[in-house]
Write a protein that binds this ligand. Structure first.
Ligand code: UDB
Ligand code: ZN
Length: 178
């Protein structure tokens, strides 16, 4: 079972790497890892399990956050209409997005960031994502609102991008200036 001790924190180079594509069909090992990632998110939202193992209630996690530089993430979250989006995806890719932007009014946090970083994180308002599920099915998801933001946050991890990189005027003290 994945717990907080398995989660890589900011400053670790793996969070800044561009993750590698997963070879498909996925190996049993990759499928198990992704299943465990999805289970971590589900567990973290269960008040009893979260309390027992001291888990931060999460909505998504990307493989680099457990030290695995592969293009896969898990999301388990409800949208504004209480529709559940529960996915483990291999090689997710944004195939189109709106010009219109959106953001969470309260800003964002991250399981890999143990401090509060304030500021608006601009995201695409709508995205279409393609990917392969744990079961090996190719899916095309049209997302908007909160869920679109969660997916973009996780997708960014696969490209070594932290949410605060997108806050206007923000300087990461750990990132070397270009
Ligand atoms: C989170 N959780 O998981 F609206 F049940 C955040 C943390 C960093 C605070 C743990 C979160 O938003 N929880 C949440 C929100 C709800 C209802 C609920 C639980 N992430 C995921 C992450 O770090 N992935 O890499 C941060 C989110 C900020 C915006 C999108 C992802
Ligand atoms: Zn994150």
């Amino acid at each position: 079972m994945i717990t907080m001790k398995d989660i890589i924190r900011e400053g670790h180079p793996v969070l800044r790497q561009v993750a590698k594509e997963v070879q498909l069909p996925a190996s049993i090992e990759d499928k198990e890892t992704l299943t465990n990632m999805l289970q971590f998110v589900i567990n973290s939202q269960d008040p009893e399990i979260a309390e027992k193992h001291q888990l931060r209630p999460g909505v998504g996690i990307a493989a680099p956050q457990i030290g695995i530089s592969k293009r896969m993430f898990a999301v388990h979250a409800y949208d504004e209409n209480d529709t559940l989006y529960s996915y483990g995806l291999f090689n997710p890719k944004v195939i189109s997005h709106s010009v219109e932007e959106n953001h969470l009014d309260g800003g964002e946090g991250c399981l890999s960031v143990d401090r509060e970083v304030q500021g608006i994180v601009p995201r695409h308002a709508r995205i279409t994502v393609k990917g392969t599920t744990i079961e090996g099915e190719e899916v095309k998801l049209k997302l908007k609102g909160y869920i679109a933001i969660v997916f973009q946050h996780e997708l960014d991890h696969l490209d070594g991008i932290m949410f605060y990189d997108r806050i206007e005027g923000f300087q990461d003290p750990l990132k070397k200036t270009l």
